[in-house]
Design a protein around this ligand. Structure first.
Ligand SMILES: Cc1cc2nc3c(=O)[nH]c(=O)nc-3n(C[C@H](O)[C@H](O)[C@H](O)COP(=O)(O)OP(=O)(O)OC[C@H]3O[C@@H](n4cnc5c(N)ncnc54)[C@H](O)[C@@H]3O)c2cc1C
Length: 392
């Protein structure tokens, strides 16, 4: 069994942030990454994707995103940034190594002679023991595809949005995009902009809708400032702002969301619709909102209101799941959404009382975006670990 002091799992933004801050604090963590590159999830996202949180609030600790990326960095900018970040911070990353499960080890002797709890990491490349482990395997680790009846027999093409790259393969087709949230609305708008696609957008629950910026001001700054306030305050401000910007969207088929933006993000882990052109296209009749998908029947999608559509392609922007349940589900530290939680609240940078030495970064969901918290929590986790190591 290999011995390490600190292991950070996942070389995406969240893992890199913690590892860099540990290194700057004099601790040399080992990073494990299952793929062969840093930032693997951003490398596989669609061509036109841009951050919907501004560069300023999306940057990692210690090295800012370059100004040349503009206010809304694109996918390739983010990939370049993560590459450069790992290079500058001289991080020690063991690629091609997947963490499968973590078990409690016996209390062992930490450096300096004091007794410390140990975690045993079962990885694809063998076992590692460490008193401190930081999990940063991603809030959006696994594409989630609903088990619609008849899905396997559907006669058209059906993909998850994780496999979507650009509109090319869909030109001239009738496409059903399932979900009107962030990714679904962006893909639908992109397809509809080409004028050679018929686009239906299946909406189950009306989303909260906001543009990236309003009168030149990024709305994300407001959600960041308000993040500590009770959910209800942000929810109500959100409804008010949406109304001021768009008027009554019910006229265009989007009634008021049943839950406000912060409650929905924090309690159900779903995003708002960040409008990058979707609402305009809807108003112009370039895309059509339809009811939720109930099942597939041969070449048809059957909706909950009984409508039958015959799309040649279906793009399911139905979200992602965490992969933590397989890794730490047995430790009793996760909630029903597979994120670390304590007393019914998302657990951020602190240890769970039942799992000392085990930290999580990147799983906190808030309307203010996630990257911002990877920066602040990355610093806090690194500080907590360095302090604990010094005291042993
Ligand atoms: C389409 C999309 C757009 C987004 N846009 C924004 C935005 O604008 N602003 C924002 O703040 N957030 C955004 N997010 C959310 C999130 O902040 C970013 O995706 C962020 O880059 C995630 O970083 P991460 O390090 O937590 O996860 P990831 O980037 O997913 O990194 C996790 C890493 O862990 C590795 N890994 C996973 N499991 C294991 C294992 N068992 N063993 C070893 N390695 C493992 C993976 O290969 C991966 O490299 C977006 C998410 C999506 C899906």
């Amino acid at each position: 069994v290999a011995q390490e002091q600190v292991v950070v799992v996942g070389a995406g933004a969240a893992g890199l942030a913690v590892a860099a801050m540990l290194r700057r604090g004099g601790v040399e963590p080992l990073m494990l990454e299952r793929t062969d590159r840093v930032g693997s999830s951003w490398r596989s996202r669609y061509d036109s994707l841009r951050l919907n949180t501004p560069r300023f609030t999306s940057t990692l600790p210690g090295y800012r995103m370059p100004r040349r990326y503009g206010r809304w960095p694109g996918r390739d900018d983010v990939v370049e940034y993560l590459d450069e970040y790992a290079r500058r911070e001289l991080l020690r990353i063991q690629f091609g190594t997947e963490l499968k499960r973590i078990e409690r080890g016996d209390a062992g002797m930490a450096e300096g002679g004091a007794s410390a709890p140990r975690w045993l990491l079962d990885t694809s490349e063998g076992e590692i023991a460490a008193p401190f482990v930081v999990l940063a395997t991603g809030h959006d680790a696994k594409p989630k595809l609903p088990e619609w009846p008849g899905r396997a027999e559907f006669g058209g093409e059906l993909i998850h949005s994780a496999a979507y790259r650009n509109p090319e393969p869909f030109r001239g087709k009738e496409v059903l995009v399932v979900s009107s949230r962030n990714t679904g609305s962006e893909i639908a708008f992109e397809l509809a902009s080409g004028d050679d696609c018929r686009v239906w957008v299946s909406m189950r629950t009306p989303p909260n809708v906001f543009p990236r910026e309003w009168l030149g001001y990024p709305l994300n700054y407001t959600t960041v400032l308000l993040d500590r306030l009770p959910n209800a305050v942000i929810d109500q401000s959100g409804f008010l702002i949406q109304r001021m910007i768009y008027g009554d969207l019910a006229e265009h088929g989007i009634p008021r969301a049943p839950q406000g933006v912060q409650s929905e993000t924090k309690q159900r882990h779903v995003s708002a619709l960040i409008d990058a052109g979707f609402v305009g296209a809807l108003k112009q009749g370039k895309l059509e909102l339809v009811a939720a998908v109930e099942r597939f029947d041969g070449t048809e999608a059957v909706l909950v209101d009984g409508t039958r559509l015959r799309p040649q392609a279906v793009i399911a922007a139905t979200g992602y799941e965490r992969n933590l349940p397989a890794i730490v589900g047995h430790l009793g530290v996760l909630d029903e959404f597979g994120v670390p939680a304590l007393n019914g609240k998302q657990l951020r940078f602190r240890e769970h009382p039942q799992a000392p030495g085990l930290f999580f970064n990147g799983y906190y969901a808030s309307a203010a975006g996630q990257l911002r918290f990877m920066r602040t929590d990355g610093r806090r986790i690194a500080r907590a670990i360095t302090r604990a190591m010094r005291s042993t």
